[in-house]
Design a protein around this ligand. Structure first.
Ligand code: SF4
Length: 81
C-alpha cells in the first residue's frame, strides 16, 4: 500500500508525478510570469508547514502548490505568502 504523505510537496511524494505534472506545467508557462527560485522556495516553506496541503495539493484551492507558488500572480488563499 503506498504511503500517504499529507504534508508533502509532490516532489517529495512522487518524482514521476512531479516531473509529469509540475515540471511540464511550469515549462508551459511564459518565463516572465515565473518567480525566482528563491521566492518559490520561500513560498513553499509555508505550504510544507500548512495543514491544508495534501500530497502537493492545496485543499483550500485545489491547486498543485508547486505550480501556484511558481507564478508571480499566484496567491495563497490564506495569505500565508
Ligand atoms: S497555498 Fe496557502 S493554504 Fe494552500 S497549502 Fe500553501 S500555505 Fe497552505
Amino acid at each position: 500500500m503506498p504511503k500517504i504523505c499529507t504534508r508533502c510537496l509532490l516532489r517529495d511524494f512522487s518524482k514521476e508525478q512531479y516531473d509529469k505534472i509540475i515540471v511540464e506545467g511550469i515549462k508551459a508557462l511564459p518565463p516572465e510570469e515565473l518567480v525566482s527560485d528563491e521566492v518559490l522556495s520561500e513560498r513553499l516553506v509555508f505550504c510544507k508547514e500548512c495543514e491544508k496541503i495534501n500530497q502537493g495539493t492545496c485543499l483550500a484551492c485545489g491547486c498543485y502548490v508547486e505550480i501556484r507558488a511558481a507564478m508571480k500572480k499566484g496567491k495563497c488563499p490564506y495569505r500565508k505568502w
